[in-house]
Design a protein around this ligand. Structure first.
Ligand code: NAP
Ligand code: HSE
Length: 427
């Protein structure tokens, strides 16, 4: 039997405690697979006296993260603290001390990739980050290993559990946005700062990682058009349903003639599509490769044990000496200008409830060669207004933006026009 792999944990919150539990619960299987024990020997937290949701018998716990990463009795450092600055310092120090690192921190990987992977290359140690994207779904392994024989053309789907949980509660149970978010936080799904989830920043971090693996583009979150969930109302969810769609917070990285299209935004998807049926905290990702065609993965995207499943998978690779050292290489591929992206759109606007309004709207759209696929008009109770909801056929984003501007300036259109893309992902 080889000597145990001695693990130092930075953080014992939702994912840290989950990792301790999975390592304990599955110890016999892990030992059988790796030929050695995977043993947590030390942990660093902010408050060493706080009660934890796991058995920490025999684990040294204190607040000295710097000492942990240098400790000669720690073989591998697992960063589960979150944040970027402090996490980057500690991860780079661990690598410099000759220790491989496992992390679930997508903000760290996406925003500090240059520093982290330079430190990994300099030390010859691995940085493993399966848990950083889509929680328990082994998407990193699938992209890097399972689909390595393909030219990847598209990676698209739901990669944030909190926003999918909120949309599902709003859509299926009529729960308002704020209480649905509070539930996701109580279940341990949300980031420490939940605006990362609801504004799409967390999904953009994850998409940047997936796009780097799939297409070799540099990890640039500023290349990703990112729109949060806060503009989605219960009314939009209801109208989308009437039209045969569901609203999902989609992340898309797609190869096109002009470059790679990168976006995270609330999007209408047909109600019978793969992604429409991914509910609650589940994530679902469609992958298209030129050899395999289209394939999809779904599973829990956040939560203690599901995320720990991915952390422990990385620890198994490290215990077996098969973790990849520096998996990312940037090439010259560039991102597509958002105005050039072509999709169908959903528009909702409040208009004066009088004859001729529909004609004015259609004239503006026809003038920009935008054709309408479906249109719904509803009277707004106790007001002299009506709501018009329409779906366009596929149109360049630039033309759609010009149409919205023109419609917005019509005296019959009252208040801001809501717009969302409509996507028919391959399945
Ligand atoms: P969390 O519950 O807030 O736990 C964070 C842990 O880190 C806590 O134990 C905290 O200590 C410790 N910590 C924070 N700052 C520290 C510092 N400066 N020095 C020492 N310890 C520090 O967070 P989490 O949900 O487990 O998430 C951890 C990481 O996993 C994040 O990068 C997150 O994005 C990622 N992730 C989370 C999930 C999920 O479902 N939650 C899924 C995938 C990835 P105290 O407990 O003493 O405050
Ligand atoms: N806050 C993240 C989510 C955690 O809800 O998807 C998993 O990365």
């Amino acid at each position: 039997m080889m000597k145990p792999l001695r693990i130092g944990l930075l953080g014992l919150g939702t994912v840290g405690a989950g990792t301790v539990r999975v390592l304990a619960d599955n110890a016999p299987e892990l030992e059988q697979r790796t030929g050695r024990a995977l043993k947590v020997v030390r942990a660093a937290v902010r408050d060493p006296h706080k009660a934890r949701d796991c058995d920490l018998h025999g684990v040294q716990i204190d607040a000295d993260a710097d000492a942990l990463v240098r400790d000669p009795d720690v073989d591998v450092v697992v960063e589960l603290m979150g944040g970027t600055e402090r996490a980057r310092e500690l991860v780079c120090a661990a690598l410099a001390a000759g220790k491989p690192v496992v992390t679930a921190n997508k903000a760290l990987i996406a925003e500090c990739s240059d520093a982290v992977f330079a430190a990994a290359r300099a030390s010859g140690q691995a940085v493993a980050f399966e848990a950083a994207v889509a929680g328990g779904i082994p998407i990193i392994k699938v992209l890097r290993e399972g689909l390595a024989g393909n030219r990847i053309d598209e990676v698209a789907g739901i990669i944030n559990g909190t926003t999918n949980y909120i949309l599902t509660r709003m859509s299926q149970d009529g729960v308002e946005f704020a209480p649905a978010l509070a539930e996701a936080q109580a279940k341990g799904y949300a980031e420490a700062d939940p605006t990362f989830d609801v504004e799409g920043i967390d999904a953009a971090h994850k998409l940047a990682i997936l796009a780097a693996l799939a297409f070799g583009v540099p990890m640039r979150t500023d290349w990703i058009r990112t729109i949060g969930l806060t503009q989605v109302s219960s009314a939009d969810i209801r109208y989308a349903k009437e039209l045969g769609y569901r609203v999902k917070h989609l992340a898309i990285a797609r190869r096109g003639a002009a470059g790679i299209e990168l976006r995270v935004e609330p999007t209408l998807v047909p109600k019978n599509s793969f992604v429409a049926k991914i509910d609650g905290v589940m994530n679902g990702v469609m992958l298209s490769g030129n050899a395999v065609g289209s394939t999809g993965l779904h599973g829990p995207g956040a939560g203690a044990l599901a995320t720990a499943s991915s952390v422990v998978a990385d620890l198994v690779d490290i215990a077996l000496g098969r973790a990849l050292a520096t998996p990312l290489s940037a090439d010259s591929a560039s991102a597509v200008v958002p105005a050039e992206v072509e999709t169908a759109f959903y528009l909702r606007m409040q208009v004066a409830d009088r004859p001729g309004v529909m004609k004015e709207i259609s004239t503006v759209l026809a003038g920009l060669e935008i054709s309408i696929e479906a249109i719904v008009q509803r009277e707004v109770e106790a007001e002299q207004d009506a709501t018009v909801v329409l779906l366009t056929h596929s149109v360049r984003t630039g033309a759609l933006e010009r149409a919205v501007e023109a419609l917005q300036s019509l005296p019959v259109v009252h208040g801001p026009i809501v717009r969302m893309r409509v996507e028919h992902l391959e399945q």
